[in-house]
Ligand binder design. Structure first.
Ligand SMILES: C[S@@+](CC[C@H](N)C(=O)[O-])C[C@H]1O[C@@H](n2cnc3c(N)ncnc32)[C@H](O)[C@@H]1O
Length: 186
């Protein structure tokens, strides 16, 4: 399993894709998973888990029969996640981009998704890529399902409004840097 220093080095080396060098605080993780209603949850999909700090909170939140699918493109993070969560039968780790989600949903017979939790730094990525991934999320969410994204700026709120038709924003000051949790419900 990669140590803290290796994970930090990986975040810095790939800053464009990771978007930050500090992992999310427990206040941010808690604010995100509070949105998840465990009673209504069969499938959660996490996009861009990094070292898995939010992944653990999601697993602690969901029930024994729920499944968590995780998409991560970074080789070092995915190897770390494989070891860190080796004993977690509810977790499916996918070493691929979130753009490819549909292929995997077919393979794993996923019909609908209850929650998407995303840490992908869309602010730093091309708009076409953001629109591609977020539109796929909207199409796969069940009625009443949620797309939950954290950011360090409100720049993309108008884009999320365009895609999902609504946004709700919580400010989390106790994070480095302070963060926004943007929630869109379908
Ligand atoms: C800000 S980090 C998230 C870190 C962690 N979730 C946290 O809260 O501290 C963003 C992650 O998104 C991943 N990522 C970027 N583009 C992606 C894509 N298209 N598909 C899947 N993962 C992606 C990066 O490799 C990186 O690990």
């Amino acid at each position: 399993m990669a140590d803290r220093f290796q994970l930090l080095r990986e975040s810095i080396r790939n800053l464009r894709n990771t978007g930050s060098i500090a992992r999310s605080s427990r206040y941010l993780c808690q604010a995100i998973v509070q949105k998840i209603d465990p009673k209504k949850t069969k499938v959660v999909v996490e996009l861009g888990p990094g070292d898995g700090v939010i992944t653990q909170y999601i697993l602690d939140r969901i029930g024994p029969d729920a499944r968590l699918f995780v998409f991560e493109i970074n080789d070092v993070f995915i190897e770390h996640l494989k070891v860190a969560f080796a004993n977690e039968p509810r977790l499916v780790l996918i070493h691929d981009s979130a753009t490819e989600m549909e292929r995997y949903f077919e393979t794993y017979a996923v019909e609908k998704v209850d929650y998407f939790v995303s840490g992908i730094p869309f602010v730093m990525l091309p708009e076409a890529l953001t629109l591609d991934i977020t539109t796929k999320c909207r199409n796969w969410l069940r009625a009443g399902g949620m797309f939950i994204q954290f950011h360090y700026s409100p720049l993309l709120i108008p884009l999320y409004r365009r895609v999902f038709g609504n946004t709700d924003t919580d400010f989390i000051p106790l994070n480095l840097p302070p963060a926004l949790v943007i929630t869109c419900t379908v």
